[in-house]
Design a protein around this ligand. Structure first.
Ligand code: 8OZ
Length: 364
């Protein structure tokens, strides 16, 4: 059985993971006042510390970068101190944790934005998608196009947020370049109709995601920097006419930056893997460091893709919600618990920190 290799250590950039199972970023909307991670977050993440690597829930790099109620930030001292409790708790259990850096772009609502302003985007194109704000699912607000002279400020916000993440004790950061948020909006022509240096050609649409990643890598080291991409996912109403050429180019340039990993959502995020034709092997062949595969994996598919050399690490999202000890369960072939969708977004301990590990569940 080759699946045993999944449970062996893997050297990722600056750190060594105890296994090849990654906890994918999961939005849980439980931050407290000031968008500080909740006290429960330390317990929640520590319960899942046997993952080879935890990638935190997406965390906004600025107030402008927020798109949903009660998501945590990484731009204030109180947020840094809140996250420090999380990283200390995970490290005390021998785990490793990266923070996911997030700017939602047009997927936001005026009620979350500074002074009630319009959310920002590459172009003033409103997308048909919902966000969660004021305890309800509502349409996102009409965005405004970023001025050319505002873009350096966004790059600087990502850079500062990366520095803050290291101050908070994270082992590294993952740039959120996926799922129809700001960096994905710039990369894809369904959201980007700019005619300046950040729109039009493949190279121009790649500019922001590459500038941000280069700035983060310069700040904290490429060996502590990863990125998540979703070339064909229609998440949050995003579309692209040329994802293969766009992402072949982006990944070749990411390779030049020598960052630790690319984390690729293969297919529609949380949905079918075969949503559109795409050669993910072409991305892997362009990138020398770690390849984290995500979307619809189970143990069998992960083992087969590992054997075939299609990926180095495998990120599981939803399975980690109800199975804090997912790694142990997969290792011994134990049954996997479901989770309650009603307690996914928002609330307290129920459906968050109260899913038992196998040993507890069986009373062993
Ligand atoms: C679910 C709900 C809200 C946000 C993503 C950060 O899709 C998210 C997200 C997921 O990447």
């Amino acid at each position: 059985m080759t699946d045993r290799q999944l449970f062996e250590p893997y050297a990722l950039g600056a750190i060594t993971l105890s296994n090849r199972i990654v906890m994918a970023p999961l939005t849980r909307n439980r931050a407290g006042v000031g968008f500080v991670p909740s006290e429960l977050a330390a317990e929640y993440y520590a319960q899942r510390a046997s993952a080879g690597l935890i990638i935190s829930e997406a965390s906004q790099i600025s107030q402008q970068g927020q798109g949903y109620q009660d998501t945590p930030g990484i731009y204030t001292q109180a947020q840094i101190e809140g996250w420090r409790k999380v990283t200390d708790a995970v490290h005390a259990k021998g785990g490793r944790i990266f923070l996911q850096l997030w700017h939602v772009g047009r997927v936001s609502h005026v009620d979350l934005q500074p002074n009630g302003q319009a959310p920002v985007a590459p172009s003033a194109i409103k997308v048909q998608t919902k966000t969660f704000v004021n305890n309800a699912f509502v349409d996102v607000s009409e965005p405004r196009a970023l001025e050319l002279d505002e873009i350096a400020g966004i790059v600087a916000d990502f850079r500062q947020a990366a520095a803050n993440a290291i101050s908070a004790g994270f082992d590294g950061v993952e740039v959120h370049g996926a799922n129809g948020y700001l960096l994905d909006q710039f990369a894809k022509d369904g959201a980007n109709t700019r005619t300046d240096a950040y729109g039009g050609s493949v190279e121009n649409r790649a500019r922001l995601i590459l500038e941000v990643t280069a700035a983060v890598a310069a700040e904290i080291g490429p060996e502590r920097t990863g990125i998540r991409l979703s070339p064909v996912s229609p998440a949050n109403g995003i579309s692209a006419s040329d994802p293969q050429s766009q992402f072949d180019y982006i990944v070749a340039k990411l390779d030049e930056l020598n960052i630790a990993y690319i984390h690729v959502v293969e297919g529609a995020t949380g949905g079918p893997r075969d949503v559109a034709p795409f050669d993910f092997g072409a991305l892997r062949s362009r990138f020398r460091n770690g390849y984290i595969a995500n979307n619809g994996y189970d143990l069998e598919l992960a083992a087969s893709h590992l054997t075939d050399g299609k990926a180095d690490l495998f990120a599981f999202g939803r399975l980690f919600i109800g199975n804090p000890d997912l790694v142990e369960r997969l290792k011994v072939g134990a049954p996997l618990a479901d989770f309650n969708p009603a307690t996914l977004y928002g609330g307290g301990a129920a459906g968050y920190t109260d899913y038992p590990a196998l040993a507890d569940a069986t009373g062993a």
